[in-house]
Design a protein around this ligand. Structure first.
Ligand SMILES: [Zn+2]
Length: 674
């Protein structure tokens, strides 16, 4: 019998035949797909004919068709519904797949063909999209070291492997420090804590085998503890332990690892001909240079710091009124800020929740997509990988556009967080291939017979992930490698963060935020309080974030610091970091930039995207949130384009200019709106 992963799928919309796929089939399918890929790569590299775009670049695009089909399906499922077998398979595949991709970029004959095409690109009569794919293909080879020879080539391989080891060690140390520490609480220490924090502390205590409730360093427990505990001594103790993760001088200390990582990154960038790691990393991003990033961060820094200082004065006063002597400290901020929030923006979560029903929020996301882009969503009666996942047929004017799978409830087999992934991407190289797009979230599952209710943050997550899904579903390019969300990291969050704005449109909330029992719409007063609460304490949030982003940038822009901890202190002193706020992630636990390469000298990108989404939504606000002309431009210049053009060109085509920071500052409440 044929392996069902490898067979031709004759199901409706060529969906994976989920019911037939077994975990035993995965490994043989991956092995077969890898051999097929290797044979295809060899045939391209050894082709006696002169290189052409079709026999080299297009052939490369097709080489991994089977591998993408198998991995797209398997990883899509395993992220949302794993088990021990699937976990073991993923661990086994990870080195196999990285060896495979290194093999391809190290194939000298293959690179020669690509380079020959690149040198001759003006004479090849390529479309713009083909030029772009050629450029990106060559660039990824060059950045992996394809042009290096001899000792440099060997050194590059050594650096990459050492960096991979150090990154893993960094995360494991951090986890160990987080696991080891906990603080026992007596029954008296629980006073003033809301029930959900007490419950969480009790169950954490059971998990740790303690006699009673405990506070751990898990963000979801320590943050509310710092917010609600009136005990300043306990807050200080917990905060200090939290801030010291990775620098306790024990076996889990990350300081030396961070230093070595920075040093190796610099060496790697220099081998590739860049001045430093930030220059190397940003070269392929929308920001392009460290100067552009610094400029953005500093333009946000000044108003954020001013707002934070105004807030600090208010909180200090509250603390003095509480009879506490001394300066406002980092372990005081969240506590007094929560008190102030209650006084100024009292918004009862329990009162709000019945208005945010999951099904109504899905409907809201669909309806906005319908009004903006004409998409229609029809429930599909198919078996997916899990009974908790629902599927829809997405059409426009009767044409099939995508299959959308929404998998919203938390379960033990799902990894935490929320994400969007495509089991299959849109492309036209091998027919009109339409995507299969997943949104996976971790919303609390309701008891039987009750409506699933969301928090406002949950609802925003739903819209966020749906924005990524639109980027996949509306994609209209020829080549898989530039399809949908295959864009620069500092551009990829634009469609998702932009879509969140439609949840904040009053007419959307008025229509879809209806009470689960009475069906009544949310009152105007509640709606206004809800929207006002979104900008609360943004001085603090912006300062802790921007400080981390600046430290990340300075670490990589220039020679690697000999002592990163000392460098961190100097950078913070230079920007005048407010005393009562610390970096959101200090160096020894800054996993975003040290556990791997993903966000190294790239932590800024969240804010870069926010600058764009605020500016882009303003384009709609200038006319109307559902302005058809703007919606058309958004689809034409951004959502349909994938990575087929440079991000700056795409944004400028949509907006007529590059974004400014004003809309972001207004959106975060850091300057007064006109
Ligand atoms: Zn996102």
């Amino acid at each position: 019998m044929t392996n069902p992963y490898l067979a031709e799928w004759t199901t409706e919309f060529n969906l994976p035949p989920f019911a037939d796929l077994t975990d035993e089939d995965v490994k043989p399918a991956v092995e077969a797909a890898l051999s097929e890929g290797r044979a295809a790569i060899k045939a391209i590299a050894d082709n006696p004919e002169a290189p052409t775009f079709a026999n080299t670049i297009e052939a490369l695009e097709k080489a991994d068709a089977t591998l993408s089909k198998v991995l797209g399906t398997f990883y899509g499922m395993a992220g949302a519904d794993t088990n021990d077998t699937r976990d073991a398979l993923m661990r086994e595949f990870s080195p196999m797949l990285s060896a495979y991709s290194s093999e391809i970029t190290a194939n000298a004959a293959l690179f020669q063909r690509i380079e020959a095409l690149w040198q001759d690109r003006e004479n090849l009569d390529l479309t713009d999209e083909q030029q772009r794919v050629l450029m990106l293909t060559r660039r990824s080879f060059v950045r992996s070291g394809a042009k290096l020879e001899g000792a440099d080539k060997d050194r590059m391989a050594e650096i990459k492997s050492r960096l991979a080891t150090l990154g893993t060690q960094f995360s494991q140390n951090l986890l160990a420090d987080e696991r080891e520490w906990f603080m026992e609480l007596s029954e008296d220490d629980l006073e003033g804590l809301p029930q959900f924090v007490v419950d969480a502390a009790r169950s954490a205590g059971e998990e740790k085998g303690a006699k009673g409730p405990v506070v751990t360093l898990s963000r979801s427990l320590i943050t509310p503890f710092l917010q609600f505990s009136p005990r300043r001594d306990l807050r200080e103790k917990a905060f200090r332990a939290w801030a010291a993760r990775g620098e306790n001088g024990n076996a889990n200390d990350n300081r030396e690892i961070a230093r070595e990582i920075l040093e190796l990154r610099e060496e790697r960038a220099k081998l590739l001909g860049y001045e430093n790691f930030a220059a190397y990393k940003l070269d392929t991003e929308m920001a392009k240079t460290p100067e552009h990033v610094r400029d953005l961060l500093m333009r946000v820094w000044a108003p954020a710091k001013e707002a934070a200082e105004r807030d600090a004065a208010i909180l200090s006063k509250m603390m003095a009124e509480d009879g506490v002597n001394g300066d406002l400290a980092p372990w005081d901020w969240r506590y007094y800020s929560e008190k102030r929030r209650k006084a100024e923006h009292d918004l009862d979560e329990a009162e709000l929740k019945p208005y945010l029903q999951l099904d109504r929020m899905i409907e809201a996301a669909f309806t906005c997509a319908n009004r903006l882009f004409g998409l229609e969503f029809e429930p599909l009666d198919v078996t997916t990988y899990h009974p908790g996942a629902r599927a829809w047929n997405v059409t426009r004017n009767g044409k099939h556009m995508a299959v959308f799978i929404g998998d919203y409830f938390a379960r033990g087999s799902k990894r935490s967080g929320a994400w969007c992934t495509a089991m299959r991407s849109q492309q036209k190289l091998e027919g009109d291939i339409r995507p299969i797009v997943l949104n996976v979230c971790n919303f609390a599952k309701p008891s039987k017979g009750e409506a699933a209710l969301l928090s406002y943050d949950d609802a925003r997550t739903l819209f966020h992930e749906f924005g990524h899904a639109l980027h996949q579903m509306l994609s209209d390019v020829t080549y898989d490698s530039i399809s949908g969300t295959s864009v620069a990291r500092d551009f990829v969050e634009l469609p998702s963060q932009l879509y969140e704005h439609w949840l904040e449109v009053p007419e959307v909330l008025e229509e879809f935020a209806t009470h689960a029992e009475t069906g009544a719409p949310m009152s105007r007063d509640m709606l206004e309080r809800l929207l006002a609460a979104q900008t609360y304490d943004q001085g603090f949030a912006t300062v802790e974030y921007v400080a981390s982003a600046l430290v990340d940038l300075e670490f990589h822009d220039g020679p690697a610091p000999k002592d990163p901890m000392k460098a961190q202190v100097e950078i913070l002193a230079k920007i005048g970091m407010p005393k009562a706020i610390t970096m959101r992630h200090a160096t020894p636990h800054f996993a975003h930039i040290f556990s791997g390469d993903g966000y190294s000298s790239g932590y800024y990108s969240y804010m870069w995207s926010e600058v764009m989404d605020a500016d882009a939504f303003e384009a709609f606000e200038e006319t109307s949130p559902f302005d058809p002309v703007m919606a058309k431009r958004l689809e034409e210049h951004i959502l349909s384009k994938g990575g087929s053009e440079d991000a700056e060109a795409l944004y400028t085509a949509f907006r007529g200019r590059m974004p400014g920071v004003e809309a972001l500052l207004k959106g975060r409440g850091l300057v007064a709106a006109e």
